[in-house]
Design a protein around this ligand. Structure first.
Ligand code: FES
Length: 248
């Protein structure tokens, strides 16, 4: 069973571009990435697209499909009507390089700004046993494939380019939460989250959670708990007193 599907694909580069209309064969069981590959093979050999695994695991094929951030390789054509025009555009929050390929280096800069896991210096390997509950807490966050769909959809940067300097975005605030929840980590993640990575700009609209292809509960399990930890640390009088006494 196949049909001729209607597609609008953004073509252009950093200097500008436009949507181009195509009619492409669609076969049963195909995903949007199959269509983009057929388009390259038959009508637009110079169409730029980034992909790798075609299995929802490398995080390369992120784009916006009918305006919604999605992985092209995990978006089934059967979710659209046969007569529907499917529009494929590059991630809006990042600068376009060409066609569907964007420059996501913002994310790598933010990743570098988060200090690595910092266990006690004198702890020898094997000296500490993790509780299963602590293992499971961070395992959810480690499912992240770094597709950056959460970064793309987050309106703090999507709609306000000027926030990029001060805001790490959900993916990296989640990384900070993961490290802060690790029982051995010694770094002061909470002050940094608030004052260096812009945690306060997140207003927990859960858009990031909605687009996560790994179904990580970014808002409920990472961002809200991190906000609570920051508040505890900053405003709980006993925690405050304890931190003063420990510093003596
Ligand atoms: Fe790897 Fe889509 S090609 S996630």
């Amino acid at each position: 069973m196949s049909y001729d599907g209607r597609f609008r694909v953004w073509r252009g580069d950093a200097d500008g571009g436009d949507l181009a209309d195509f009619t492409v064969e669609v076969n049963e069981g195909e995903v949007v990435l199959d269509i983009i590959h057929r388009l390259q093979a038959t009508q637009a050999p110079d169409l730029a697209v980034r992909w790798n695994c075609k299995a929802g695991k490398c995080g390369s094929c992120s784009a916006e499909i009918n305006g919604r951030p999605r992985l092209m390789c995990m978006t089934r054509m059967s979710t659209f009507e046969e007569g529907e025009t499917v529009t494929v555009t590059p991630l809006r929050a990042f600068p376009v390089i060409r066609d569907l390929v964007t420059d996501v280096s913002f994310n790598y800069e933010k990743a570098r700004a988060v200090p690595a896991f910092a266990p006690p210096a004198d702890l020898a390997p094997g000296d500490y046993r993790m509780q299963q509950v602590d293992v499971e807490r961070s395992q959810e966050f480690r499912k992240c494939i770094e597709c950056f769909l959460c970064q793309d959809v987050c309106h703090v940067i999507r709609d306000h380019e000027d926030n990029k300097q001060a805001y790490a975005g959900p993916r990296f605030l989640m990384r900070i939460a993961e490290l802060d929840m690790h029982p051995l980590d010694q770094a002061d993640r909470r002050q940094a989250a608030q004052h260096e990575h812009g945690l306060g700009l997140c207003n927990i609209t859960k858009c990031c959670t909605e687009v996560c292809p790994e179904h990580i509960k970014i808002t409920d399990n990472a961002l809200i708990p991190l906000k609570e930890r920051v508040v505890d640390h900053s405003y709980d009088p006993l925690v405050w007193l304890g931190s003063k006494i420990r510093r003596r």
